[in-house]
Design a binder for this molecule. Structure first.
Ligand code: NCD
Length: 335
């Protein structure tokens, strides 16, 4: 786990301990998929599918979140997650405030918690937060009694809305059936919050996950997460129902962990020949941004098995559903 930077206050208990507990029992927050029941996950997927139908129907923008102020606090870079939260919140009639670390008092040493408290005091009700430290969202949630916190990616821990959009995409391609299906996740598992959320969601829904990647990028406890580890990508893909390639998270790696990119591409790149090892029609996923020619060759990234843009589109629907859920729970608590 990454150490806590100075910009995030140590816990008031003074232990410096930093829990990644998902607080699954508090419906206001969405901190992770780990700990969510099958029923809760299916409910969220149904709600997201409904939102997707509404978005596709292109009806007028709605006012479900009228009166709601959503603070988008992305203390780490993001393109698709931030913009899709923004689009989703606006489509539902909320106001959004984009908060960037570089133009704020975080630069003057104000802690993230103090900054979030400021927005709470100003009346923002929903906080969407991305941070490089694992557990950042879980740290903030109990300390902001008048806010609902949604984790948009915390260090190497979880990225629950990405996990949900991946599940929604797979549900479409798997005819609604998760039991008995098998997804291969390939690449930098050790640093991937996307993989952790996918593994938590898929295993809760009865699907199997096979992981494969360089030794140096594989967490020691990977089998403990409920996955099977394959020695080669060809072995992993044989008869699989889909594959998710991960981005090599070079910003989180200590020097020396990454094999040469050419070697990585030849051992772990999802080539057309490898796609053919899977069941016919098995989707190729990637959370983006894709390193073309390394994780996916262009002919696969743009090929007919690729569902990368479906994932992106589903991201808006999932975030609509998650924002709705947070706002309803917030109103229940603060009525
Ligand atoms: C991922 C992230 O930031 O966790 N991207 C995303 O949200 N779509 C994956 C990544 O950056 O590798």
């Amino acid at each position: 786990m990454t150490t806590m930077p100075a910009s995030l206050s140590p816990s008031p208990e003074g232990t410096g301990a930093f829990s990644t507990q998902p607080l699954a029992s508090d419906p206001r927050h969405l901190l992770g998929l780990e700990g969510l029941t099958r029923e809760r996950l299916l409910e969220l997927l149904d709600a997201a599918a409904l939102e997707r139908d509404r978005l596709r129907a292109g009806g007028p923008d709605r006012n479900d979140l009228a009166g709601c102020v959503v603070m988008l606090a992305f203390i780490e870079d993001s393109t698709r997650t931030r913009t899709s939260f923004d689009i989703a919140a606006r489509r539902l009639g909320a106001q959004t405030i984009a908060f960037s670390a570089s133009a704020s008092s975080l630069n003057k040493g104000e802690s993230l918690l103090d900054t979030a408290r400021l927005f709470e005091a100003m009346g923002a009700q929903l906080l969407v937060v991305r941070h490089s430290v694992s557990g950042a969202a879980a740290y903030l949630a109990p300390r902001l009694p008048r806010m609902a916190v949604i984790n948009a990616g915390d260090g190497t821990h979880e990225h629950p809305t990405q996990g949900l959009l991946d599940l929604l995409t797979l549900r479409d391609h798997w005819n609604g059936q998760f039991e008995g299906r098998r997804l291969v996740i390939v690449g930098d598992i050790a640093h991937s919050r996307v993989a952790r959320s996918a593994i938590a969601g898929l295993t809760a829904l009865g699907a199997h996950v096979t992981v494969c990647g360089p030794e140096t990028l594989m967490p020691a406890d990977v089998e403990g997460l409920g996955c099977w580890r394959a020695a080669t990508l060809d072995e992993a893909l044989e008869g699989a129902d889909g594959v998710m390639a991960l981005r090599l998270q070079r910003e989180r790696m200590d020097k020396g962990l990454l094999p040469a990119l050419g070697e990585y591409a030849s051992r772990f790149g999802v080539t057309p020949a490898r796609v053919r090892l899977m069941k016919p029609g098995a989707p190729v996923m990637h959370p983006g941004p894709v390193m073309r020619g390394v994780e996916l060759p262009c002919e696969v990234a743009d090929g007919e098995s690729s569902v990368v843009l479906e994932q992106v589109a589903n991201g808006v629907a999932v975030r609509c559903a998650v924002l709705q859920r947070a706002w309803s729970a917030w109103k229940e608590t603060h009525r």
